[in-house]
Design a protein around this ligand. Structure first.
Ligand code: HEC
Length: 214
């Protein structure tokens, strides 16, 4: 095995250029075989068994961890549209919400939230408003005379937030189910914008209006 290295040449030549037919060096072959073995392991680790996170997964995981941390800070505070939307990004929260929905809401809103006795929550029509806080208020306070109970006492505010975050993940999926009830989201948007415009503005808000005709 010592270096009695003799170059072997193929017996063709192109314009006097000849080609070696040497054995591939072992170090080269090892990198090739190593890469093959590595790729099999890689595939099993990331794709078949899903033990490791792929780039997408670890990105999503980081987003979720950040959302979870921010949420922890928000939970103690007053509920906001932002905190509800943030919850929709945290699977632990929407999963908890889905469970509550399966226990408490399916009998009237159906397993897909597409409606039954209660309205379809996946369509673009809402009786009491499509905004996260409007949905939250409907679930907290109910609509007593229409058969939708107030859930604030039975579930408490945290679990209501969770179930609302789940409803928000269903919203807009337009699952075929109960016929639309209430006003379209476009109508609600107009109405909500008008309400917002009528709100008194905080004193320090905004920049001075630009002078016209200057
Ligand atoms: C006993 C039946 C019943 C149960 C249980 C029930 N709902 Fe309802 N829900 C209704 C009815 C009926 C309405 C429509 C009220 C109306 O007409 O004003 C409604 C309305 C709603 C709305 C407002 C929809 C809109 O168009 O504005 C939301 C959101 C909602 N329910 C969520 C839930 C959630 C979440 C749960 C479980 C925690 C739940 N409901 C449990 C019957 C029910």
């Amino acid at each position: 095995m010592a270096d009695q290295h003799v170059d072997v040449t193929l017996d063709h030549s192109f314009d006097g250029i000849q080609e070696y037919d040497n054995r591939l060096p072992n170090w080269w072959l090892f990198t090739l075989y190593g890469a093959v073995v590595f790729s099999v392991g890689y595939w099993l680790f990331y794709h078949t068994f899903g033990v490791g996170f792929t780039q997408d997964e670890s990105y999503n995981h980081e987003v979720e961890v950040a959302a979870q941390e921010q949420l922890q800070r928000e939970m103690g505070k007053e509920v906001t549209a932002e905190s509800l939307l943030l919850m929709t990004k945290v699977t632990a929260q929407t999963d908890a919400g889905a469970k509550i929905f399966q226990q408490k809401c399916v009998q009237c809103h159906g397993p897909q939230a597409a409606g039954d006795i209660g309205p379809n929550l996946t369509d673009d029509f809402w009786i009491h408003g499509p905004e996260p806080l409007q949905i939250y208020n409907t679930v907290m306070n109910g609509v007593q005379d229409k058969g939708m109970q107030a859930w604030k006492d039975q579930l408490g505010p945290v679990r209501v937030r969770q179930v609302v975050s789940f409803v928000l993940t269903r919203k807009g999926l337009n699952v075929a189910g109960k016929a639309p009830q209430g006003k379209s989201i476009a109508e609600w948007d107009k109405e909500n914008a008008a309400l917002k415009a009528a709100e008194p503005k905080p004193a320090d808000a905004g920049t001075p209006a630009p002078k016209s005709g200057g």
